[in-house]
Design a protein around this ligand. Structure first.
Ligand code: AR6
Length: 177
């Protein structure tokens, strides 16, 4: 059984009717491939427009940080854009930077009183972070955050696009019951 506050699904994050979906963006905030491309395609130009405004204000988004925009035409109300680390072998602070993505996304979403928040497996596509290592960081960081914010109303959904990630998360969440 998974924790009451954490759920796992396999599928496309752009289809979810949640308060916020998290985007695995890049520092430019101007879109790209993978889940970023899918979110901008499905969500329409309003999301990019807000990303451009954020860029004008703060010049993009550093690795590990997060920003929030509208969900545009997505079923989700908001998109939290975070920038995962590019995997460089693991000795360049990648685990801490990846954990920061989850922590900062949760901080922004909880600041807006959002309840249902869906995360993709950040950095495990184009950015090459090994899926098993990334899944451990994701699960441990979110669990710890929920423990530290026990009065939080948040419900976290891990959304795995591929079978390998889905199985990794399933085992980790079952282990850490
Ligand atoms: N729903 C859920 N997960 C998805 C979806 C989807 N529709 N599409 C892909 N994934 P990636 P990164 C999974 O490459 O590694 C972009 O160009 C995918 O299977 O999207 O953080 C950005 O602009 C993988 O497990 O993000 C950046 O430049 C996970 O999402 C760069 O890629 C993350 O893969 C970021 O790379």
């Amino acid at each position: 059984m998974l924790s009451a506050k954490i759920e796992l699904v396999k599928g496309d994050i752009t289809k979810l009717e949640v308060d916020a979906v998290v985007n695995a963006a890049n520092s430019s905030l101007l879109g790209g491939g993978g889940v970023d491309g899918a979110i901008h395609r499905a969500g329409g130009p309003e999301i990019l427009e807000e990303c451009k405004q954020i860029r004008a204000r703060q010049g993009g988004c550093p690795t590990g940080e997060a920003v929030i925009t509208t969900g545009g035409r997505l079923p989700a109300r908001y998109v939290v854009h975070t920038v995962g680390p590019v995997w460089q072998g693991g000795k360049n602070g990648e685990p801490e930077l990846l954990a920061n993505c989850y922590r900062n996304s949760l901080r922004i979403a909880s600041g807006k009183q959002l309840q249902h928040v869906a995360f993709p497996s950040i950095s495990t596509g184009v950015y090459g972070y090994p899926k098993d290592k990334a899944a451990k960081v994701a699960v441990q960081t979110v669990k710890k955050w929920l423990q530290e914010h026990e009065n939080s109303i948040m419900q976290i959904l891990f959304v795995c696009f591929d079978e390998e990630n889905y199985h990794l998360y399933k085992e980790l969440l079952a282990d850490e019951r």
